[in-house]
Ligand binder design. Structure first.
Ligand code: PMP
Length: 407
């Protein structure tokens, strides 16, 4: 099926605006995507028509808000193919989802237990484990990288021991856009009895997700990177694990009964959802999933891969450009620098911005991988369904201008 990208673009009001006198070309989708009209409309409709607090009220508005919120949970469940809807926990984003696991699952760890992550993680999948390791006197280990900057699994068998309690890694790296071999890692981790958390922040917008097939124990992602609102994210966890874990935050919604000296807790998923949830955000995330489904995640994947292949091909014709992990499988993003003395990624970003082209420059909250390459940062171009080959051509022209100006 061929997609009508122009029709899809019409759904995104922001794509009509100009930046620095030029039509906006938005290639910072790895940071956050733009939002289609149907998501914006659903948010407005909620506030204008049935805004109410959920789960507590018996009045009509509260019922309607609760029904819509729980409908969204089922949409998320179907989107990632979770077995049960109560395995879907709403959080503020990937960061909070990972912190929830580090805090709650982390309580089950004892001194000397090991946590295995990789050198190509976002800070939000490093720092919570450092904090946990300090708190529990656990040991944090890293899967190293090959010279090219992709995971080197040759030492995986030694890194995984019977003390490894958790392995946490991203499915797609936000810094380089590289797809990691999660299947192999999950299988091997399970062989030593370790649980596996997959950071899906950069994969859910681009790749069909099936948590049962993947057999991960936890899967975290953010709504705002997949056409949904900011402030809403998801933690999927296997039911039996979530049931073993202590609550994360205490407060309203998460209790069964509160006494002066002790409390009992609500069943899943509410045990992990203390306080008034981001009702609008949850409903908006449901609308974002409807938007993705209206196109088809497989169709989105195939189209975006054609953009990635085209960009790679065009970038490789420029001798001044160094692409990171160029030969590894990519999804969603490509990271590069100009091989020009004294030139920083931000110089390139500023010149492109003058032409209305938004890319991200810097360390992308992944300083260890930047340190690995001995660079302060990269230029990252990242894609969404509304990007086109014509936009890539303009980006390449902008890059040529930058090379002329900076050489
Ligand atoms: N992990 C990865 C791979 C990411 O790209 C991001 C966002 N850049 C995060 C985690 C954190 O997501 P959020 O800021 O939405 O919590």
């Amino acid at each position: 099926m061929s997609l009508d990208i122009q029709q899809i673009r019409k759904k995104f009001p922001i794509l009509d605006r100009e930046v620095n006198g030029q039509p906006l070309i938005y290639f910072d989708n790895g940071a956050t995507t733009q939002k289609p009209k149907e998501v914006l409309d659903v948010l407005n409709h909620y506030y204008e028509y049935y805004n109410a607090n959920v789960h507590r009220g018996i009045h009509t508005l509260s019922q309607e808000a609760t029904d819509k919120m729980e409908e969204s949970r089922r949409k998320v469940q179907a989107f990632v193919n979770a077995k049960h809807e109560h395995e879907i926990i709403f959080t503020r984003g990937t960061t909070e989802a990972i912190n929830l696991v580090a805090s709650s699952f982390g309580e089950l760890l004892v001194e000397g237990d090991e946590i295995l992550i990789t050198q190509i993680e976002h800070h939000s999948n490093i720092v919570p484990w450092q904090l946990l390791a300090q708190r529990k006197k656990a040991v944090l280990r890293y899967i190293p990288l090959s010279a090219e900057g992709i995971l080197d699994l040759s030492q995986l068998d030694q890194l995984l021991t019977n003390k490894t309690k958790l392995v946490a890694l991203n499915q797609v790296s936000n810094a380089l856009g590289v797809v990691n071999p999660i299947k192999e890692i999950i299988t091997k981790a399970h062989q030593v009895g370790a649980k596996v958390l997959i950071d899906g922040a950069q994969s859910t917008p681009h790749i069909p997700i099936d948590v049962q097939e993947m057999d991960c124990d936890f899967f975290a992602f953010s709504g705002h990177k997949m056409y949904g609102p900011t402030g809403i994210g998801v933690l999927y966890g296997k039911e039996e694990l979530l049931n073993l874990m202590p609550p994360y935050h205490g407060g309203g919604e998460m209790i069964k009964e509160v006494n002066l000296d002790f409390s009992t807790y609500a069943c899943l998923p509410f045990k992990f959802e203390a306080g008034t949830p981001d009702v609008a955000g949850i409903i908006g995330l449901g609308a974002a999933i409807d938007f993705i489904n209206s196109i088809g995640i497989n169709e989105i994947h195939d189209y975006e891969m054609s953009l990635i292949d085209y960009t790679m091909q065009r970038l490789k014709t420029l001798p001044e450009v160094e692409i990171y992990a160029a030969n590894a499988p990519h999804s969603g993003a490509i990271s590069f620098n100009l091989k020009l003395d004294g030139v920083h990624a931000s110089d390139v970003g500023m010149i492109l911005d003058k032409k209305g082209i938004a890319v991200r420059t810097g360390h992308h909250c992944a300083q260890p991988i930047m340190k690995f390459f001995c660079i302060p940062g990269t230029v990252r171009i990242s894609f969404a369904i509304y990007n086109t080959k014509e936009e890539i051509d303009q980006f390449i022209e902008g890059l040529k201008t930058a090379i002329r100006m900076l050489a």
